[in-house]
Write a protein that binds this ligand. Structure first.
Ligand code: HEC
Length: 139
């Protein structure tokens, strides 16, 4: 095996590495989307337990979120903007806000009537939008 083949293999492995993390964070985001849907469905059924479970899952996902954006992972098929690395503290703050909003929603679903969870849900969804507006490349 010549040095060219070695370089090629190293390149392919590096590409594989960042493709893996892109898959992982996109799957995590889709899971968050499914959990949000489960929360809405739970609210429609008056099922506080489903709201609490969905929100608890989102909080756990949010806690991992900012570990999934290494430097070399800003290329297709990802739509994540490189600004994430330039403004990493702001990005981490938004991930933390998502976690706190999800925890607030879970706690309110556990302790209050469903009518009172609405402000927490609004705060959660606003956080999704806020982060996407700043850090996802438009189509
Ligand atoms: C801290 C920032 C941040 C927050 C908060 C956030 N997202 Fe995302 N989301 C992203 C980024 C960045 C991407 C693009 C990931 C990529 O393509 O590599 C993304 C992509 C997605 C995708 C597309 C996944 C795919 O298959 O490509 C969905 C769905 C999604 N987010 C749902 C949500 C929902 C629902 C919420 C709120 C409950 C949320 N996100 C909150 C940053 C965030």
């Amino acid at each position: 095996m010549g040095p060219g083949a070695f370089l090629l293999i190293s390149f392919l492995m590096a590409a594989q590495g960042s493709a893996g993390v892109i898959d992982e964070r996109q799957a995590l985001m889709r899971a968050i989307g499914d959990d949000l849907q489960a929360i809405w469905d739970g609210l429609a059924r008056g099922d506080g337990g489903a709201v609490e479970q969905g929100a608890t899952r989102i909080a756990a996902q949010a806690a991992r979120l900012s570990t999934l954006f290494p430097l070399d992972s800003f290329h297709p098929p990802s739509r994540a903007q490189p600004a994430i690395r330039e403004e990493f503290h702001a990005f981490e703050d938004l991930a933390l806000k998502l976690k706190e909003a999800a925890e607030g929603l879970a706690a309110s679903a556990r302790h209050t009537t469903l009518a009172e969870v609405q402000p927490h849900l609004t705060r959660l969804v606003r956080t999704c939008r806020q982060c996407h507006r700043s850090y996802i490349e438009p189509y």
